[in-house]
Design a protein around this ligand. Sequence first.
Ligand code: KIV
Ligand code: ZN
Length: 403
Amino acid sequence: MAKDPGRVLIFDTTLRDGEQSPGASLNLDEKLAIAQQLSRLGVDIIEAGFPFASPGDFDAVQRIATAVGSTDGPIICGLARATKGDIKACAEAVAPAAHKRIHTFLATSDIHLEHKLRKSRAEVLQIVPEMVAYARSLVEDVEFSCEDAGRSEPEFMYEVIEAAINAGASTINIPDTVGYSTPAEFGGLIAGINQHVPNINQAVISVHGHNDLGLAVANFLEAVKHGARQLECTINGIGERAGNASLEELVMALHVRRSYFNPFLGREAANPEPLTAIRTEEIYKTSRLVSNLTGMAVQPNKAIVGANAFAHESGIHQDGVLKNRLTYEIIDARTIGLSDNRISLGKLSGRSAVRARLEELGYTLSGDDLDDAFARFKELADRKREITDRDLEAIVSDHTQQL
Ligand code: KIV
Ligand code: ZN
């Protein structure tokens, strides 16, 4: 892949780093359903799992590579530590995909080298090109990550990156593994890499970040300004500890503020073309699906996909919105797949209104399943004046548990 793909690539790691959220374990069918929805959403790369970690992860990556990795589908990627065993398993798991990638990583910070890996910098400089070259002997598309880049000494990291690119890595990922960086620092790190790594033109610069200080999205946006062209993120921002950078927040920030970001990608500010390939109208549905399947609720005030993200409570705001939505809304709810005039569901609502709302929430029901959900809806609507999204979700999950 060329250094500058002309837009920002979205690398979704919901099924790998996202699944590392405490309590968010998914079965094979659930992973496949999420991968299929990520493909409809239009992500460029799906990191489907860590094949060496367990036979279940291997099977999930292989099944996703088979079912979702079609010629016109996303790149299917697997994670591998910088060891031959991990890389070989990863290559086997992604093999069925038309477009496949091995993502291998090794830490570059002294704290990880000393306490976790017990390796010297010289050893890291030897292992990285060896393992990248091995991965390249198995697939064409190899990504290398400097784990804990945010706390690594830049000069040492430049050397590691140069060696990884010489060995065949076409994407270089810079993770803020512990969510420690601030936006100015992280942007500066990307600028430094662009300036000091002599062969950086041969690779796409990617960023990956955790939300320990709530700064992951801000860090990424600053990185885009300094040349990052791949963003590693998860739906609803789920992931290890405080989570990863959230896909919906990044995509919508780049969408809503594209005239601000366009010049950093060498475009005219007024260029209306989207900066990512994401079909934004699939965002809400994807968020609901991931929340339902992982059991991880989305906080009501979560940007973009929270229940309150488009709700106006105060009288002054409601009055303003009724006069002109732009007074208090920067995003048209339809952009993320919500219907504009929410039909309120109650005992007079029909089957098609219930089905349409369920679809918006990520549930496509038909036949007996729809009949059953509709019957339960009617029972509840007799007792309750207005049926909320939470009620509908409870109706569907009660039904699923009874199957
Ligand atoms: O946070 C991290 O550093 C990672 C790497 C494996 C990319 O998840
Ligand atoms: Zn991570």
